[in-house]
Design a protein around this ligand. Sequence first.
Ligand SMILES: Cc1cc2nc3c(=O)[nH]c(=O)nc-3n(C[C@H](O)[C@H](O)[C@H](O)COP(=O)(O)OP(=O)(O)OC[C@H]3O[C@@H](n4cnc5c(N)ncnc54)[C@H](O)[C@@H]3O)c2cc1C
Length: 455
Amino acid sequence: MARPKILVVGAGFAGVGCVRRLERQLAPDEADLCLVTPFSYQLYLPLLPQVASGVLTPQSIAVSLRRSRRFRTRINPGGAIGVDPKAKVCVVRRTTGEIVYETYDRIVLAPGSITRTFDIPGLVDNARGMKTLAEAAYVRDHVIAQLDLADASQDEAERLSRLQFVVVGGGYAGTETAACLQRLTMNAVKRYPRLDPALIKWHLIDIAPKLMPELGDKLGRSAQKVLSDRGIEISLGVSIAKAGPEEVTFTDGRVVPTRTLIWTAGVVASPLMNTLGAETVRGRLAVAPDMSVPGLDGVFAVGDAAAVPDLAKDEDGAVCPPTAQHAMRQGRKVADNVLASLRGRPLESYKHKDLGLVVDLGGRDAVSKPLGIELRGMPAQAVARGYHWSALRTNVAKTRVLTNWLLNAVAGDDFVRTGFLARTPATLRDFEHSDAYLTPEEVREHSATLLARQD
Ligand SMILES: Cc1cc2nc3c(=O)[nH]c(=O)nc-3n(C[C@H](O)[C@H](O)[C@H](O)COP(=O)(O)OP(=O)(O)OC[C@H]3O[C@@H](n4cnc5c(N)ncnc54)[C@H](O)[C@@H]3O)c2cc1C
């Protein structure tokens, strides 16, 4: 009899957690294991703002998928663009553009999320996200380029617009991004004697009335004070009405001349989840507490892309928030459930109580709330860095990150602009491939083609 095939889609916190557990638990001939992923690394997303600000090199948070003694998974280098759960076929667009098919007995969907956008004129063409390694590297280059160009310009208005920066999104991703990049510009400007540091202005805006409400009122206010004291202008209850290449209009009517709009106003599940024709909860695939998809044989979903019931909360209908903390634990638990389903054993529910939040605001500034304890400054920074460091999966990645942190603390940054693809228009769509997916009907046409080929 042919061995059953387990297909995992996405090599993030959840997907890699699942694959590594399966590699450890599966008997050598028990099942074939395949991972569909466009990249050969697992990205440690919470440290992206530190890549954008140059504290870490991009390689240090790109953790190799092939560095494992038990490595036995076949990797299909591409992105899944549709899943037909009836035919048990996943349509994959390879990195070369070629379309290939992966059949499966069990599929674990873990493609994460993409930046959530709204129907705001000019937004998708003029905003940059903070969700991929390429985006972080691009934003860093772009910000340093603004200093270079402002320094070279004789035009007062152009200088002013190049030295204003807007970050939208007061969650931890946006707050850390604004904090770390502001620090980058304030340190970098010391190397531009003709630029007046007072002209550099960072705006952090959010439609919500508070920054990072998960922190609670007191700690949230502390974070806000740290940022305001550093000169970041925080506007709450405000969003973007219009975005252009040289100015941004806020919903309160202010027009800010700027060439830099960073959009981190939340995430939405990968569009892959819409291709199954199954129930979704605000875009995330609806799953049972054991992470199986009701009514679809052999389909499981985890991480940011799935609405996993949060059994640790007493509220009816609560789902786990989209965090790395949940994604990596769900990945391990779903591996156990996939194995249980192959071995005819009962599946178990996922339950995890949130451990808290860490927010790195750059340098010695941070706020953290581990296990409900409120920390600020150096103790908070030590907890934040200690947490991220211990969560990196390989010792090589840990060493790279630690070395980078030490080097940056001792020698600072050189503010080098690499210039890769600097003349190519780069939109949210280009970085996150949000328009690559098929409709459920197109997926069925593809699986029918495959089945006809096999007859
Ligand atoms: C800037 C930033 C800071 C953050 N800070 C924190 C933090 O401090 N603490 C915390 O808990 N969480 C944090 N998060 C959230 C956390 O990173 C996510 O919740 C977590 O990464 C979700 O894990 P995942 O496995 O579901 O998805 P991801 O880790 O995003 O992995 C998804 C993987 O799937 C791949 N993929 C995407 N589409 C496809 C496809 N169609 N086919 C195949 N593969 C695909 C992607 O390339 C990626 O490798 C942060 C996020 C950001 C952006």
